[in-house]
Ligand binder design. Structure first.
Ligand SMILES: Cc1cc2nc3c(=O)[nH]c(=O)nc-3n(C[C@H](O)[C@H](O)[C@H](O)COP(=O)(O)OP(=O)(O)OC[C@H]3O[C@@H](n4cnc5c(N)ncnc54)[C@H](O)[C@@H]3O)c2cc1C
Length: 592
């Protein structure tokens, strides 16, 4: 508890990275090892970033279990994303995948092993051999704690490389100079309430997703969309925000994730008749069809009265037949989650599950080097000098309209590394920092001061809860014109209410309350971007399932959405259908 100071100290770095999850720490490692002076900010201790919760695996066509090919991985990713992904970026990611996974292995990441010593790989939704012919084992796993193993490995390598961590520091806003170049961030030390300017030749956003704009979510409480909020306030667009993935298996009532790895290891979904209903919806891939497909099928079963439990509001995930020994070896955390959150012994009883918000496919638009890009007005793209975005907060568009499981951890390391390399090659060391504008911190400090002086009657968590409830009600698995139109209206009302939040007793404000109030500004930007973009898209594609327009409409809608906060305005840009070296995968009907 301390008052906000007005005189702001400044520190100078070659690069500032906001976020210490998998993407931020992969990039920082590249920079620190190249001898750059790099600062990494995080709201929580680095190894508590949401990446730590990733369970199932990281995708790469190593072919350790049976024949595999990066080109098949590319096909699955393009098709899984319902043809909205940029094929140049997808080719880049799938080709790089084996290299970055072996690199992690050499960093010391404790992957599960096959008897011959190679990395163990399990099947995952939508991953196939030979262009959809049959499921393939592509997910490299460390039991059901892959993200934990990944994040700890990267943290240790960063400690060795002397990366400078600012733990429990929250970036509030970016600083852009008169030319629009990004020259650093203003940040708050959460313990003391002190603000500081971190000047940087390059700023990299790695702030993760915004899953907390929905009421039922598998995401950590810190996932409030700060990167998207900062970008939107700085006049940058957000891309494809209507596409949000519902994970089929969140524990009913609790939201906690049960990894798709459970179905990869043989688990099946059953309805109240005990029927394995996915056989009807996806005859080839069954329970391992992509997530949007499985979530919609589950919702359909529940709608048609075949849900389980007294309220018929969930289905069951059955893994009893896998056997206690395999469960204990490959899925130990799931056993624990079953006990703690569903009160079942998963070796003897099925787990009640419902589709739960999990991942945002959209984010801050970038190119394959992680550089943030905006439309130039003539159909081409302009690079925002000094700003990169990587990981879940970015949209390089490898996931299109629906992400395949294991492709996010892959995205983090591929593009974290690529951005790091690009920064190193830009010869940062030899360049000096651009001059800070005189009013560098004014915008951020105005936001801080507004909170201190506001006399409004709104409470931060009151508005935040209403945002989550509104998004859940109007922007769910199945969307309609009526729901979305009403949802947009209600979110706009919440945007007004948000401006009137204040602290009850101004003499006793805890910094945690300040942090939550600052996060609220980010939640609302992300929620607006999501629901306004969703309301405009009159088709069904990937995770955007529209009951009034049930078909994909490639003629009109095969394009990326760009939402601008200023003027609450939308524009569109073309999908890159041309890969780097191979032939285009042309849109086809999506059956599994
Ligand atoms: C439960 C769960 C399981 C998953 N399982 C898998 C899986 O098996 N395979 C897979 O491929 N994907 C999986 N995913 C998705 C994947 O884990 C995430 O997309 C990915 O980890 C996000 O990484 P990131 O680096 O973008 O950000 P995060 O890991 O979310 O890290 C964000 C960082 O930014 C910091 N930050 C945010 N805002 C600020 C701010 N204002 N100032 C300072 N710091 C800030 C945070 O402190 C944190 O350090 C899973 C996701 C969840 C939620």
């Amino acid at each position: 508890m301390a008052a906000i100071k007005t005189a702001i100290p400044t520190r100078r770095f070659d690069a500032v990275i906001v976020g210490a999850g998998g993407s931020g720490m992969r990039a920082s490692l590249q920079l620190a090892e190249a001898g750059l002076n790099v600062a990494v900010l995080s709201k929580v201790f680095p190894t508590r970033s949401h990446t730590v919760a990733a369970q199932g695996g990281i995708g790469a066509s190593l072919g350790n279990m049976s024949e595999d090919d990066w080109y098949w991985h590319m096909f699955d990713t393009v098709k899984g994303g319902d043809y909205l992904g940029d094929q140049d970026a997808i080719e880049f990611m799938c080709r790089e995948a084996p290299k970055v996974v072996y690199e992690l292995e050499h960093f010391g990441m404790p992957f599960d092993r096959n008897p011959d010593g190679t990395i163990y790989q399990r099947p995952f939704g939508g991953h196939t051999a030979n262009f959809g012919e049959k499921p393939v084992q592509r997910a490299c796993a460390a039991a059901d704690r892959t993200g934990h193993a990944l994040l700890h490995t990267l943290y240790q390598r960063n400690v060795r490389a002397r990366t400078h961590f600012f733990v429990e520091w929250m970036a509030i806003d970016i600083i852009r100079d008169a030319e629009g170049d990004v020259v650093g961030v203003v940040a708050l030390e959460m313990e003391t309430g002190e603000c500081m300017i971190l000047e940087a030749k390059t700023t990299i956003f790695a702030t993760g997703g915004a899953g907390r704009i929905f009421a039922a979510s598998t995401n950590a409480f810190i996932n409030t969309g700060d990167g998207m909020g900062m970008a939107a306030r700085a006049g940058l667009p957000l891309q494809d925000m209507e596409f949000w993935q519902f994970h089929p298996t969140g524990v009913s009532g609790a939201g906690v994730l049960i990894t798709e790895g459970v179905r990869g290891e043989g688990g099946i979904l059953i309805n109240s008749n005990g029927e394995r209903f996915m056989e009807r919806y996806a005859p080839t891939l069954k329970d391992l069809a992509p997530r949007d497909f499985v979530s919609r099928s589950m919702d359909q079963e529940i709608k048609e009265g075949r849900g389980c439990g007294p309220n018929k509001d969930h289905v069951l995930l059955d893994l009893r037949h896998i056997g206690a020994e395999t469960i204990a070896k490959r899925l130990p955390s799931i056993l624990e989650i079953g006990h703690k959150f569903a009160n079942v012994d998963a070796t003897k009883e099925p787990i009640p599950v419902v589709p739960t918000i999990h991942y945002q496919m959209g984010g801050i638009p970038t190119n394959i080097y992680g550089q943030v890009v905006t439309p130039a007005g003539d159909g081409s793209q302009k690079i925002v000098n000094g700003l990169y975005a990587i990981g879940e907060c970015a949209c390089v568009s490898v996931h299109g309209a629906n992400r395949l499981g294991t492709n996010s951890l892959l995205d983090l390391v591929v593009f974290g590394r690529a951005a790091g390399n690009h920064v190193v090659q830009s010869n940062l060391k030899a360049r000096s920092n651009k001059a800070l504008p005189k009013d560098a911190a004014d915008f951020a400090m105005e936001r801080m001061n507004r909170l201190e002086t506001s006399t409004g009657s709104e409470k931060v968590q009151g508005v935040a809860n209403d945002i989550r409830a509104t998004m859940q009600k109007y922007c769910g698995v199945f969307r309609t014109d009526e729901l979305l139109t009403q949802g947009v209206k209600e979110i706009m009302v919440l945007d007004e209410r948000r401006k009137h939040v204040s602290f009850k007793d101004k003499s006793k404000v805890f910094n945690t309350a300040r942090v939550e109030a600052l996060e609220l500004d980010n939640l609302i930007e992300t929620a607006k971007a999501t629901i306004v973009s969703a309301q405009a898209r009159k088709e069904s594609r990937g995770a955007h399932a529209h009951s009034d327009y049930q078909q994909r409409d490639d003629e009109v809608w095969m394009k990326h959405t760009l939402w601008h906060s200023e003027g609450n305005r939308l524009e569109y840009k073309a999908v890159v259908t041309k890969p780097l070296t191979v032939d285009t995968f042309k849109p086809k009907a999506r059956t599994f």
